[in-house]
Design a protein around this ligand. Structure first.
Ligand SMILES: Nc1nc2c(ncn2[C@@H]2O[C@H](COP(=O)(O)OP(=O)(O)O)[C@@H](O)[C@H]2O)c(=O)[nH]1
Ligand SMILES: [Mg+2]
Ligand SMILES: [Zn+2]
Ligand SMILES: [Zn+2]
Length: 370
């Protein structure tokens, strides 16, 4: 197992060459990025401050000591309300816990990234209301950047620290076929895309649960979002398209609908031996490809036959024919439906949340697959 040496900008996901170090003034409103002259500490003529490492592509200042880490950069995608923001917050907290259980060191990249995470995601505790809709990045004319979540992962065998970069997006942005190519170029450059699929619009879930929980579904099709990503990748002419983790979100609702005896889902989910009734993701430090393959098969059947998502399977086939790795996953960030806008007071027994991320970390050679 060799760890990938990929090193990307955490904002635009461009691969940063290690040999040169572009720098610019952190105080200049429109930074002039240039290559650092050998060993010289340059200073801005206007502000008198030291030039700091910047990304030559998006011109943003890089986090401190960014040249010393390797990266895995993941982007969320999915329709509005599919659970992306809740997932990012929960997955980050679970990764910290997963590290503690499995003897890896997982921490926020630095105090700044920790503060930014905590101000946006809170502690996801039972008394906090859920998040307001993610603000679209390109609505008000000028594009704003969503700050990515940065988690540092240290393992015994890796020479450099590895940073997992997780970027949330607003559903509006990826539902929009005409999304801004320049701004969203990070998506096709990612090391992986987690495409969340909201099961609450499917007839079987709706019929079984209408009287039990409020279903805040989305208004668009995840296969259409995936189609937009594929067009974007073609438009920016990126040859290597990122692997896609097609991830059924809010899986607690699917399992709950399966408990309704009259539901078609009930027979589909009947086998106790099904992988989707097991959740090894937090307890194991490794990624289990055998478990993942069986789960992938179960979920493809579930999506096409029981969750009205056969277009997803067509998109998956088109992508796989083009050599893009695709795997189906299922997660529940909350473990059960929220009550009103609060998380239920008995906490959040999440379900398989780390599987998609562990797949990407195994692909990067950071954790073992076995
Ligand atoms: N039952 C259930 N509902 C969830 C779960 N995750 C998110 N939700 C619901 O979906 C809503 C939208 O989530 P959010 O993360 O804001 O969606 P986004 O628009 O994709 O970012 C939340 O307010 C919750 O009501 C989950 O794991 N289970
Ligand atoms: Mg959101
Ligand atoms: Zn300056
Ligand atoms: Zn950049």
């Amino acid at each position: 197992m060799t760890q990938s040496s990929i090193h990307r900008c955490p904002y635009c996901f461009v691969e940063i060459p290690t040999a040169i170090q572009p720098v610019a003034c952190p105080a200049c409103p429109e930074p002039q990025v240039r290559n650092q002259k050998d060993g010289r500490q340059e200073v801005c003529d206007i502000h008198g401050v030291r030039l700091e490492p910047h990304c030559a592509d998006c011109l943003k200042q890089l986090p401190v000591l960014w040249d010393e880490v390797t990266t895995t950069c993941l982007a969320m995608a999915g329709t509005r309300n599919s659970g992306k923001t809740v997932y990012v917050g929960m997955a980050a907290n679970l990764l910290l816990r997963w590290g503690r259980i499995n003897g890896l060191t997982v921490t926020h990249y630095d105090s700044e990234s920790r503060a930014s995470f905590e101000s946006r995601f809170g502690a996801l505790d039972p008394s906090t209301p859920l998040y307001a809709a993610t603000v679209p990045e390109t609505s008000a004319g000028r594009a704003v950047q969503q700050e990515p979540v940065l988690l540092r992962i240290q393992t015994a065998h890796a020479r450099k620290d590895h940073v997992l970069v997780l970027r949330d997006v607003a559903g509006e942005d990826v539902q929009n076929a005409a999304m801004d190519r320049q701004h969203f170029r990070f998506l096709p450059r990612a090391d992986g895309v987690i495409l969340l699929v909201d099961p609450t619009d499917s007839r079987n879930v709706k019929n079984a649960l209408t009287n039990q929980v409020t279903l805040a579904g989305s208004d668009s099709d995840p296969a259409a979002v995936w189609g937009n990503l594929d067009s974007l990748a073609r438009a920016v002419n990126i040859r290597r398209r990122p692997p896609v983790a097609v991830t059924v979100a809010k899986f607690d609702l699917v399992l709950r609908a399966g408990n309704t005896k009259t539901s078609d889902l009930s027979s589909a989910l009947a086998g106790k031996g099904l992988r989707l009734h097991h959740d090894p993701s937090l307890q194991a430090s490794t990624f289990d490809p055998y478990d993942a393959d069986l789960l992938d098969e179960e979920l493809r059947t579930l999506c096409s036959r029981y969750l009205d998502r056969h277009q997803l399977l067509e998109r998956a086939r088109v992508n796989e024919d083009d050599g893009v790795p695709v795997k189906f996953f299922a997660v529940s960030s909350l473990g059960h439906a929220p009550v009103g806008r609060q998380i239920a007071s008995h906490g959040t027994p999440s379900y398989r949340c780390l599987d998609p991320i562990k797949w990407f970390l195994a692909r990067a050679g950071l954790i073992a697959a076995g």
